[in-house]
Design a binder for this molecule. Sequence first.
Ligand code: PMP
Length: 392
Amino acid sequence: MEQQFGAELKDLGEKNLLWNPKSLESASEPWSVVSGKKVLMFCSNNYLGLSNHPEVKEAAIEAVKKYGAGSGSVRPIAGNMALHLKLEETIARFKRTEDAIYYNTGFTANSGAIPAIAGEGDLIISDELNHGSIIDGVRLTKAERAIFKHKDMDDLKRVLEGTKAKAYRRIWIITDGVFSMDGDIAPLDKICALADQYGAHIYVDDAHGDGVLGSHGRGIVSHFNLDGKVDMEMGTFSKGFGTMGGLIATTKTIKKYLLNKSRTYLLTGSQPPAVIAASIKALEVLEGDDALVKKLWENTKYFKARAKEIGFDTGESETPITPVMTYDESKARDLSLKLFEEGVYALPIVFPMVAKGKARIRTMIRADFSKEDLDFALEKFGKVGKELGIVK
Ligand code: PMP
């Protein structure tokens, strides 16, 4: 066995596909300590800096003092703390839906909710670039599957037309809201119109829209003014909201169904009080003030415009996820290595995370960067980009 795994690892190593993550040795701050070096944190999903927000941290500390370090059980048995219920109420209020259900992670929300809502006699129609956790959720269902070309509404219409030939029980259209590799936004308004026309339901994964899009960071449904039109809005606390956990904002009936049928909800211990209290506080901070979201967009616009002026290609991005395209895999790796030497931590994204020949550095802009931080990064990108012949 050792030999077999060893050989596979060697093969991955030779193909340059092995992960060897650096270690974060401070809080996730604009300037973080990464593997012993103080660097500008340019690849974290902590868009708003909420993971290190004083009120959010204080809420976690108080919850540990009052309720302890763990919940002691799964939600359906003895681990359904009043705090979990308060969090679900807070999510529903924030997302302006009837109700909400909280999962331990976004990954388990997708891999647990999708197999619960779709089965034999159903069809799932997925954008070809959907996140891996959606793909895994779909793999666990007995539903039929169809794929439409990325954000291509003519192709989605083609698939929906084809459904007329068969009497499906339910048809689900599942899409990422913000696509995590390119930072582009799903045309949810158009998807809703098609879903209406063909009697389909919508499940949107708003992991990168939470805290980023819409009023006060309420997400993609708010961004497109589609309140009440999306059946299930899935999201995560692990990015813009700064903590940990998955969410599905939906109706009372679907929530009740999920909490009776969804295995990744039923069969796993519940998140500890600190995480839940911090998550409630993160949403309260955003409800109270959207200054962080505004600053995130100000920083995003500034960085994108200056990066383009320097000559970089930032791809299809419409959000703070800003790819700096190199296309060439080894150039992406070299750019990342040299940037780290210069004090900027930004990771390369290469095949198989993106198609071959579409390599890039994926920069993630944050609200808590100062203009000086962004100028520092731009200066380093420009310098190293020139050295590597990526810009003139
Ligand atoms: N969906 C998308 C689009 C994501 O980017 C991620 C995180 N990589 C997830 C779901 C999973 O979320 P979590 O980190 O909460 O498991």
